[in-house]
Write a protein that binds this ligand. Structure first.
Ligand code: SF4
Length: 266
């Protein structure tokens, strides 16, 4: 069995959504413009580190979806998103704060960790490189709103960075957040994960896998009304037995054979 950060995170968000996604094979349709653009943007970033024309690469990748029926955020269009992306790439090049010495081996790294015989944990890291001269795990994020930086130290609680630090033993972790807005902005967020945090994350993984393998999939979004997490959960149509909601947002795939692939969605 192969586990991943996405699986652990999904189970902790709501065990029923884990069952729907990883056991029954339901997946969200790839119609969210933000998600599709994020993948195109990461391809352009890789081109930048290889010394290629990253603006052209972004255009080419994004052009594949020009006529597609994507769901855009308020005020966004295909052209606006592309313009913002190109501006962000230009800013990133000017800042020159991130360096990847060997793009072939330091981008999109697949890391494996054996948990026990027949059970392993897999992670895909966006990059291991230098941010402001410090060697770090680096995650790229594209978003339409700034990430919160308050209170100080918040980033050290980010479960994805904790997971990647636990997987690699690397303490220095960072997120480079590309904020698409009227005046595009890049946030360079960095923190240090302690040994104790890595150890605790390992226990969290063990506990969660024990619950998964015990077949405990009771529904709970973990958030109280009126901020009910069910309202933004892609599986709500299944829980409410609303076929029209299921058809609008989900497709059913092969189940848990491709579990680790949705690491690329994050
Ligand atoms: S709709 Fe609510 S209960 Fe159902 S899977 Fe999603 S979060 Fe869980």
């Amino acid at each position: 069995m192969v586990y991943s950060y996405s699986q652990i995170n999904q189970y902790l968000s709501c065990p029923r959504s884990y069952r729907q996604r990883y056991i029954e094979g339901w997946r969200e349709k790839d119609t969210r413009a933000n998600l599709v653009f994020g993948r195109a943007f990461e391809t352009a970033l890789a081109a930048y580190f290889r010394g290629e024309d990253c603006g052209q690469r972004l255009h080419d990748e994004w052009a594949q979806f020009r006529g597609s029926e994507l769901e855009y955020g308020r005020g966004d269009t295909w052209d606006i998103v592309l313009t913002q992306g190109v501006q962000l790439l230009e800013r990133f090049c000017q800042d020159s704060r991130v360096h990847i010495a060997n793009p072939e081996s330091q981008l999109q790294l697949r890391i494996r960790r054996q948990l026990s015989p027949g059970k392993e944990f897999v992670s895909y890291l966006d990059a291991i490189g230098e941010l402001d001269g410090i060697s770090s795990i680096i995650e790229w994020k594209t978003t339409s709103a700034r990430y919160s930086e308050e209170p100080l130290g918040l980033l050290a609680l980010d479960p994805q960075l904790l997971c990647y630090s636990w997987m690699t033993g690397v303490a220095e972790v960072a997120m480079v957040v590309f904020v698409r807005k009227r005046f595009p902005e890049i946030q360079y967020l960095k923190t240090t994960i302690s040994n104790q945090q890595r150890e605790q994350y390992g226990h969290l993984v063990d506990d969660t896998i024990t619950q998964i393998e015990s077949g405990r999939f009771l529904p709970h979004s973990g958030i109280r009304f009126p901020n009910n997490g069910c309202t933004t959960c892609p599986f709500i149509g299944l829980c409410l037995c609303k076929e029209e909601l299921v058809a609008a947002s989900l497709i059913q795939t092969r189940g848990n054979e491709l579990d680790w692939i949705d690491q690329l969605d994050c």
